[in-house]
Design a protein around this ligand. Structure first.
Ligand code: UD1
Ligand code: PEP
Length: 428
């Protein structure tokens, strides 16, 4: 087991490049199940969620080759093998195996997904969608059983705007008979990316990226090549790091339009940002002003950036309020930031941050992926050394974080933990 060491206070300068989007990748890989010939996905991030999903596709008979950032899946020999436990528990996105296998085989058995602990993460809207398409869905000992004689297109109104449910229903509906209409659909860029792959595979989808998606089912789908969009959350994390410690930082391979809500808030704080087609230039501002943020569905401020942004706000003068309307208990990072000297109170779904505080290096633990990102931001700003454990969470979503940050001049490295340290961490 390893821990991440960060010597804080170093100025960040230079270029950093964004990898392919995790939350697209984890849907595009299961989508390959729907084809009958090989699908190649390019620019994939080298993160553990991608490896876990590739292994899951192998478990159901897929021939998978993963070379650097390119994955080829030959799904022709896949079978509807039950996946009630094991690797499906390692990540959230294993729920996309439900929609994809239901679409291809008209049946699936998939264990309840894992992923970050952000409070309750129900999948009732996914199930409502599958049932509307004609599937019988039961939960037996922690696994979801889905079966349909035939999938028939339907009009589905989502009671909650959900990225996961929108994509999952799309995956099943492309192979249903007739038309499916998803109303109150989520509009995240990852949904457009998945719809683009499916369209290249022969699906008929209109309206992805708006709140009404229309799908005309087809009898079969074929292989294709697809290049994934850049990760807006990784890009956003780098922007936040640069706002905290950056002199002249250029973030490359980014679609600035995807992170407009973050850019607007950083500018409101006084951070200097210039954006062109696929690059963003950031320069730190010494007297950042406090701001309030409220997380919302896209194009609102993303919940996935709320945690790293909270760390930045400890360095802004005045009181900031961060409200998470998507996951109102997504505040596990706050206790750890307090250990580093932050003055933050959590009241209901809001965190109240009193700045400006000079954080101090400490031993902290990442409880989930973006809590980990928040602690890295805090470590870069802190005086002295910060030790971050719980790296398995960070490795789910950030490719080569250490070498990318080193490229900007940060002093960060990984160290193997000894047995005593592991025991101490587990008992903490
Ligand atoms: C693998 C993946 O892409 N994960 C992302 C996805 O997670 P996830 O798929 O969990 O998030 P959703 O967009 O589905 O959920 C949004 C909100 O709807 C609620 N809800 C969702 C589904 C459902 O059936 N019932 C229900 O009530 C959730 O509890 C949450 O409050 O979107 C989140 C919100 O942008 C991001 O934080 C995660 O990074
Ligand atoms: C919460 C996240 O991931 P997951 O849904 O995979 O747990 C995330 O990407 O911030």
């Amino acid at each position: 087991m390893e821990k991440l060491m960060i010597e804080g206070g170093k100025v960040l300068k230079g270029k950093i490049s964004v990898s392919g989007a995790k939350n697209s990748a984890v849907a595009l890989i299961p989508a390959a199940i729907l084809a009958e010939s090989p699908v190649t996905i390019e620019q994939l991030p080298n993160i553990s969620d991608v490896h876990t999903l590739s292994e899951l596709l192998e478990e159901i008979g897929g021939e998978v080759t993963l070379e650097n950032t390119k994955l080829t899946v030959d799904p022709s020999k896949m079978v509807a093998m039950p996946l009630p436990s094991g690797k499906v528990k390692k990540l959230r996105a294993s729920y996309y195996l439900m929609g994809a296998m239901l679409g291809r085989f008209k049946k699936a058995v998939v264990g309840m997904p894992g992923g970050c602990h952000l409070g309750p993460r129900p999948i009732d809207q996914h199930i409502k969608g599958f049932e509307a398409l004609g599937a019988k869905v039961t939960n037996e000992q922690g696994a979801i059983y889905l079966r349909a004689d035939e999938l028939i297109g339907a009009r589905i109104y989502l009671d909650v705007v959900s990225v996961g449910a929108t994509i999952n229903i799309m995956l099943a509906a492309v192979r249903a008979k007739g038309q499916t209409i998803i109303e109150n659909a989520a509009k995240e860029p990852e949904i457009i990316d998945v719809a683009t792959l499916l369209t290249n595979m022969g699906a008929k989808i209109k309206g992805a990226g708006t709140d009404v998606i229309r799908i005309e089912g087809v009898d079969s789908l074929h292989g294709c090549r697809h290049s994934i969009i850049p990760d807006r959350i990784e890009a956003g994390t780098f922007l936040i790091m640069a706002a905290a410690m950056g002199k002249e930082v250029i973030i490359e391979n980014v679609i600035p339009h995807h992170i407009e809500s973050l850019i607007a808030k950083l500018r409101e704080m006084g951070v200097h940002i210039e954006a062109n087609e696929d690059q963003v230039y950031v320069a730190k501002q010494d007297n950042m002003k406090s701001v309030d943020i409220k997380t919302l569905v896209y194009p609102g401020f993303p919940t996935d950036l709320q945690q790293p942004f909270t760390s930045l706000l400890t360095n802004a003068t005045g009181t900031s309020i961060v409200t998470d309307t998507i996951y109102n208990a997504r505040f596990k990072h706050v206790d750890e930031l307090r250990r580093m000297g932050a003055n933050i109170k959590v009241e209901g779904s809001a965190a109240i941050i009193e700045g400006k505080r000079q954080l101090q290096g400490a031993r902290v633990k990442a409880s989930d992926l973006r809590a980990g990102a928040a602690l890295v931001v805090a470590g870069l700003m802190a005086e002295g050394i910060t030790e971050v454990t719980g790296l398995e969470h960070i490795d789910r979503g950030y490719e080569n974080l250490v070498s990318k940050l080193k490229g900007l001049g940060a002093n960060v490295w990984r160290e193997t933990m000894d047995e005593q340290e592991i025991e101490k961490m587990q008992n903490a």
